[in-house]
Design a protein around this ligand. Structure first.
Ligand code: AMP
Length: 251
């Protein structure tokens, strides 16, 4: 497994590769959900590149950029255990040499849902993903259905700007009780974890959004940002203490 820490190192390494390349962008603190994307990437192409970068432009000033969990050593062990070819761990100076502005505008997919509560978010995501795509130039990029709206925003971006990378969505990986794995689940106390595990169960139990909302609040969820149907999915974002959980299921 090769570890590269700059775009120029990545370029030199890429010159020696033959065949197709698939790419998995992550913010690290890797769990089985991320590793499932890497396994999907390995099936899609000859070479697999995984990036680890906690992207400042997708966090608002009041959000958890500073406290976001980081554990490079463990991440590298996990990526090595599933034979990842290249891990790209860039610096902010290297990725954003021209400052933090984005030249890519989000479209219809970014309307509502996350944007209503995190208006900065998808601008930050398209900003970093477009920069990573320029650096990696992948044939395929794998994104999790866990962040379902994000997957739609990325698909729309590559189509609108004709980026030449095919986007592949990969299913949500859950724990044994159905809780969608997330790096942010580390923030949850034991008690909160039990409540968080009700989220997916409630989504499956009812067909009426108003009933789901009531059941979630009864189960101990503190606040619901949204629970809505779109893209034949029910999508939810909810708060438990200082942790924001998102999930979605097919309707
Ligand atoms: P993150 O590191 O949270 O930015 O996520 C990196 C990628 O992993 C994104 O494409 C996510 O959608 C995906 N991902 C995160 N959690 C899961 C999960 N539980 N199952 C599948 N994919 C996931």
């Amino acid at each position: 497994m090769n570890i590269v820490r700059s775009r120029s190192e990545l370029n030199s390494l890429k010159k020696n590769l033959s065949g197709t390349t698939s790419f998995v962008p992550t913010m690290g603190s890797l769990h089985s959900g991320h590793l499932s994307l890497v396994k999907c990437a390995k099936k899609a192409a000859n070479n697999t590149i995984v990036s680890i970068y906690v992207n400042p432009t997708q966090f608002a000033p009041n959000e958890d950029f500073d406290s976001y969990p980081r554990d490079e050593k463990k991440d590298l062990e996990k990526l090595k255990s599933i034979d990842t070819d290249i891990v790209f761990i860039p610096s902010t100076a290297d990725l954003y040499p021209d400052g933090l502005d984005s030249s890519y505008k989000t479209g219809e997919s970014a309307r509502g849902l996350e944007t209503k509560f995190r208006p900065h978010f998808f601008n930050g995501v398209t900003n970093i993903v477009s920069r990573l795509f320029e650096a990696v130039k992948p044939n395929y990029a794998i994104f999790g259905e866990k962040d379902f709206q994000q997957l739609q925003v990325i698909k729309e971006m590559v189509t609108t700007y004709n980026m030449g990378t095919e986007i592949i969505g990969s299913p949500i990986i859950r724990d044994t009780q159905g809780l969608a794995l997330s790096s942010r689940n580390q923030y949850l106390s034991e008690e909160e974890l039990e409540i968080a595990r009700q989220l997916n169960k409630v989504l499956r139990q009812d067909i009426l959004l108003a009933n789901m909302k009531k059941k979630l609040l009864d189960a101990g969820i503190h606040k619901i940002d949204y629970i809505e149907k779109r893209w034949d999915r029910i999508l939810v974002a909810a708060w438990l203490g200082k942790t924001r959980l998102i999930d979605n299921i097919p309707t």
